[in-house]
Design a protein. Structure first.
Length: 274
């Protein structure tokens, strides 16, 4: 790689790293400070007297564990539903003789670009008519549907490069089309499946607007909405809010760290294959 190109790549990497890590480190440092130290002058960038009191208060002042559980249930179930339906759709578009499959793929891309705010009113009315407000399904169904276009495109890029002879052999041995998909295509496309699942899970875990609109019971709130409850009427307890934010970030960080190689491999392969 030429020196000029290598320098540009390194500079881009540094910019991305700084943009990603500096805010996270700042939130972590803030969560370990007391309110007095945070407001002191001059500013201290590192906590001079680190304390975990903010974390204890975050779990006692609001039902943070309940918020975590709600987010986990909603994100997990919506991810399972999204990956299952996306796999079936990607298989149909790449293996079956679906008329105008390329047009359908283009339509999926267009749908994926719709801003969420433009869908809020129809989604709210639909969930109200179905009687699903203040239930997990009020978030699981929209989250799964909103992530399906991207997940379908990711999976389709993998499915289309798998030799049809492999699933044909499985069907000769007695597998149905769905059986061949689950036993042959999906295992061979594991990086793509993990990539789609991570994308769907992170989108559901971080989403705020739908969760704020569909759920108004305290016991049903998800983590992003629950964190806003730490804000006072006239004050912002930043150390306390930062502690809650760290708790929200940790599960996603662990998930990405555990499946990092598969996700990176999936994104890279998907970009090459598509």
């Amino acid at each position: 790689m030429p020196l000029k190109r290598r320098t540009i790549v390194w500079l881009a990497g540094v910019v991305v790293a700084v943009n990603g890590f500096i805010p996270a480190l700042w939130i972590l440092a803030t969560s370990l400070k007391s309110e007095t130290e945070l407001m002191s002058q001059p500013i201290t960038y590192l906590p001079q007297a680190p304390t975990l009191a903010n974390y204890l208060q975050a779990f006692t002042e609001q039902p943070l564990l309940a918020f975590l559980w709600n987010s986990f249930v909603v994100a997990s179930l919506s991810t399972l539903l999204c990956v299952l339906v996306s796999a079936l759709a990607a298989y149909a578009l790449t293996r079956l003789r679906v008329p105008r499959s390329q047009l359908i793929m283009a339509a999926l891309m267009a749908v994926a670009m719709f801003p969420l705010v433009s869908l809020m009113v129809p989604l709210f009315k639909l969930m109200r008519e179905l009687g699903l407000l203040n239930t997990y399904l009020a978030l699981i169904l929209p989250y799964a549907v909103l992530s399906m276009p991207v997940c379908t495109l990711v999976l389709a890029s993998f499915f289309q490069d798998i030799e049809p002879d492999l699933e044909a052999a499985a069907m000769v041995d007695g597998c149905s089309r769905v059986g061949a998909l689950l036993r042959v295509i999906v295992p061979l496309s594991a990086p793509g499946v993990f990539t789609a699942a991570i994308l769907a899970f992170v989108n559901a875990w971080d989403e705020f607007l739908l969760a704020l609109t569909m759920l108004n019971r305290l016991s049903m709130r998800t983590l992003p909405v629950g964190i806003t409850l730490y804000q006072g009427e006239f004050a912002f307890p930043w150390p306390l809010i930062s502690a809650a934010l760290v708790v929200a970030i940790v599960p996603i960080s662990i998930l990405i760290a555990v499946f990092q190689e598969r996700v990176v491999g999936g994104l890279t392969a998907g970009g090459v294959k598509g």
